[in-house]
Design a protein around this ligand. Structure first.
Ligand code: PLP
Length: 397
């Protein structure tokens, strides 16, 4: 039985999600924009899913836009807000504030805006644990700042960013705050209408169904009422904020996944159990490989319960990943999309992790369905594989 500890594989869709998707394809496959009864049945399913997704994050249903995933949500948030700003104040200089530890969807959108539209990209300093120094934010904001974009939790290290402090600085300067919540939503309590540490100060939140046991290729963008944003794809769907016929089956699956995540989140003991499982995995690996170390915050409250990022000095991450995969353990190195490349993770480098340690770093992600047996199996396998690689190719760097 393979142990899936890869961020993109550990959150397998549940049986209920699969059924919801199949039901849509079988019984409610018509176009949700059609006025006939079949179309309206599909529309109804989408609106129910919107309510479920909105409930998961404490939003109003009308504040939720369905997209093809977090990458598109991020693109819509960042480029949409900047475009609205440029239209409102033509010819004025525009800046955005972000960090070097964002997912590449954010990093690339900001880089493109800098290149194409001369937007100035300012960066918050990063501490060695991967968290931003929010006290530096007020000095980076001015009348030309269109947006601040900082993730909630990091996809490689699990580092949790001080979103309440960031939101407070944004509110004080009247700058919208976009948060990439892809790793957070569905794994941690979120209430966009509630307290600042639950997201109450966030203006735009991007997230994705497949990180919470939903289907891949569907996501959402929360847009707080009153935030000015220009659509990227024109069309009447999604209140004219995202054109194109909706992926109704995936959206229905997302709705079921959101309900199930919300039910799981209702009992904090489950998160503590899951965190304890991650800690046990980590402790076993660190005991077996004494020179290994964890990248990211060590305090439990500052790291998401599902992630551990471990540096194995003198090893190449790719070699270890392949051997682990052969032995039935799925893990990842850097961002999933850059697996296969030999470049060390830019996120780890931005934290000041030396390149030789970043080269040998792997991330292991758990989900709410990860079992003790998987953890034990994976920890034993890591131990065996590291020993084998070191015996066959000592001192790679
Ligand atoms: N942002 C973060 C933090 C992620 O972890 C991911 C996916 O891994 C994304 C954005 C992109 O999400 P999607 O694959 O749904 O486009």
């Amino acid at each position: 039985m393979p142990a899936y500890l890869d961020n993109n594989a550990t959150t397998q869709p549940t049986a209920e999600v699969v059924r919801a998707v199949a039901d849509m394809l079988t019984d409610r496959w018509q176009n949700p924009s059609s006025v006939h009864r079949g179309g309206q049945a599909a529309r109804h399913a989408i609106e129910l899913a919107r309510e479920s997704v909105a409930r998961l994050v404490g939003a109003r249903p009308r504040e939720i836009v369905f997209t093809s995933g977090a990458t598109e949500s991020i693109d819509l948030a960042i480029r949409g807000v900047v475009a609205a700003r440029m239209l409102a104040r033509p010819g004025q200089p525009v800046s955005i504030v972000t960090t070097d530890v964002e997912h590449e969807a954010v990093r690339d959108a900001c880089a493109d805006l800098a290149e194409e539209r001369s937007v100035q990209v300012r960066r918050l300093p990063i501490n060695p644990d991967g968290r931003v120094d929010a006290s530096a934010l007020p000095a980076l904001l001015d009348a030309g700042t269109a947006l601040v974009s900082v993730q909630w939790a990091n996809n490689e290290t699990g580092a949790v960013q001080p979103v309440a402090d960031i939101a407070a600085a944004c509110r004080a300067a009247n700058v919208p705050f976009h948060c990439d919540g892809t790793q957070w939503a569905g794994k941690m309590p979120t209430d966009l209408a509630g307290a600042p540490d639950l997201g109450g100060g966030i203006d735009l939140l991007s997230f994705s169904a497949h990180k919470l046991h939903g289907p891949k290729g569907v996501g959402a963008l929360f847009i707080r009422r009153g935030v000015r944003l220009r659509p990227r794809i024109r069309g009447t769907q999604e209140l004219e904020r995202r054109g194109g016929t909706e992926n109704a089956p995936a959206i229905a699956g997302f709705g079921v996944a959101a309900d199930q995540a919300r039910a799981w989140l209702a009992d904090p003991a489950r998160r503590q159990e899951a965190a304890a499982r991650r800690d046990r995995f980590e402790a076993r690996v660190l005991a077996a490989v004494p020179d290994a170390s964890v990248n990211g915050p060590r305090q439990p409250a500052l790291r998401l319960w599902n992630t551990t990022n471990i540096a194995f000095p003198r090893l190449e991450a790719e070699a270890l990943l392949l051997l682990l995969s052969e032995q039935g353990v799925a893990a990842s190195a850097g961002a999933a999309c850059s697996s296969g490349s030999l470049d060390p993770s830019p996120v780890l480098l931005a934290m000041g992790v030396p390149p030789e340690r970043a080269h040998g770093s792997l991330r292991f992600s758990l989900s709410r369905t990860t079992t003790d047996a998987e953890i034990d199996e994976a920890a034993d396998t890591v131990d065996r594989c590291v020993a084998r690689l070191r015996a066959s190719a000592p001192a790679v760097r």
